[in-house]
Design a protein around this ligand. Sequence first.
Ligand SMILES: Cc1cc2nc3c(=O)[nH]c(=O)nc-3n(C[C@H](O)[C@H](O)[C@H](O)COP(=O)(O)OP(=O)(O)OC[C@H]3O[C@@H](n4cnc5c(N)ncnc54)[C@H](O)[C@@H]3O)c2cc1C
Length: 480
Amino acid sequence: ALRRLNNCLLVPSFSQVSLSIPDFENGIMKFKQKTKDALPGSDWNPVYQTPGLPPEWADVVIVGGGVVGWSIAYWLKKKEKIRNTLRVVVVEKDPTYSKASTALSVGGIRQQFSLPENIHLSLDSACFLRNIKENLSVINKDPVDIQFNPSGYLFLASDEGSAALEENYHIQRREGAKVMLLTPQQLQKKFPWINIDGVAVASFGLENEGWFDPWMLLNAFRNKALSMGIHHCYGEVTGLKHSVQEVEANDGSTVTFKRIHHVHVQMPDSLEYQPVECSLVVNAAGAWSAKVAEMIGIGSGPEGTLAGTKLPVEPRKRYVYVFNCPNGPGLDCPLFIDNKGAYFRREGLGGNYVGGISPTEEDEPDPSDLEVDYDFFQEKVWPHLAHRVPAFQTLKVKSAWAGYYDYNTFDQNAIIGVHPLVPNFYFATGFSGHGLQQSPAVGRAIAELIVDGKFQTLDLSAFDFLRFYTDTKVLEKNIV
Ligand SMILES: Cc1cc2nc3c(=O)[nH]c(=O)nc-3n(C[C@H](O)[C@H](O)[C@H](O)COP(=O)(O)OP(=O)(O)OC[C@H]3O[C@@H](n4cnc5c(N)ncnc54)[C@H](O)[C@@H]3O)c2cc1C
């Protein structure tokens, strides 16, 4: 065995040969296989010593350790039929989470959507959050507290938008959401600090709405998933190694299927990497998920074909401003959204608020950095807020931040399910501003697809990838 080991250690050094990255990677894989064959049963590994490397194989690799990735990991373990039979690894490229949407979110949850799927996702998530201590607490650790602040969303509509708001209200009620309509007079009575000029109707959530700390939820999912045996590593997924199979279709044409067999994980600040052999990959890479899809050629086929259909997700920059107003609405403050989409909510108890507005397509800021544009508040946000809440005429902006929506440019809704041409590649992305609140129910849905082979609790097939090819929009009217 030692002679065989010596032979296999005789590999040329870098200075002797010039290798491309794939050659090098294949060489390393062969070399590792040889050392394994030479000393069967030994876990000696002469190539990689870096702690924190992902395991060499996993059943499921989740790309992205945001709230969605960790929720999927948790649910996969929760649904595991026999303990420790499923090996799952979550790969996150940024240990600081400095650009992750989860960490930069406003933390709201609402039932007031127009699509039944979105209403149910949030209803189920609210139920999960209500029981979060039971669901996510870990033995010998402090009970989970996501600082949930129950408070309804308040949507205002002018004459122009009143029919749509009322239609949404009827859908919400039909689907089981506790929402009420308010006339301008009722609105004035309930929230005397609102200027009701031009308001035709308002809708207000009575239950299962409010806001919470997104970072706490991410960590709660993460801690629980780790306690259940999920593997975790900080590294960037830079490649999806796959095989290709040509299949003849009924009409005589050829369909190309791909199957991922390795995920290439590059370690941070290092040349070291690890190929992780796997059965399934979940793309939970948020605003960067289109890049991950491109790694396996999604969208690179001829235009108008399924293979040429891109994952339509891109980072869209959104500003959140923190302002102070001692004589503002105070404690009884809903998550307020005016008829133009300007929003705010209370932040703590010291007269602080956070708010903003989504820009129009023409005003979309450059997403190459997360710099804040303070003029945007002055010109596009403040006039709306000060008009509706006269006390805000004297507000003072204290600070601000920007984050990325994982924005689905096709229909501003989630993409949940498997790619039709890559049957072991799943998507959980494109949430366009409502992914945090949907994360508990989305994690469960993806775990159902993987473990049970189909949706069990909520039918989310409307959110599949195929809709981009068939041009079937699943439009949500209530995007904030
Ligand atoms: C300003 C703002 C306000 C928001 N407000 C709300 C709200 O009130 N309510 C709500 O429900 N939602 C809200 N959202 C949206 C919500 O935050 C997101 O939809 C949700 O956090 C998405 O979670 P995620 O895990 O998919 O993405 P992220 O949290 O972005 O996680 C994805 C992770 O993938 C990692 N990654 C990417 N590429 C790779 C790779 N190649 N290899 C390894 N790792 C990779 C990234 O580093 C990142 O950490 C808001 C978003 C923003 C920006």
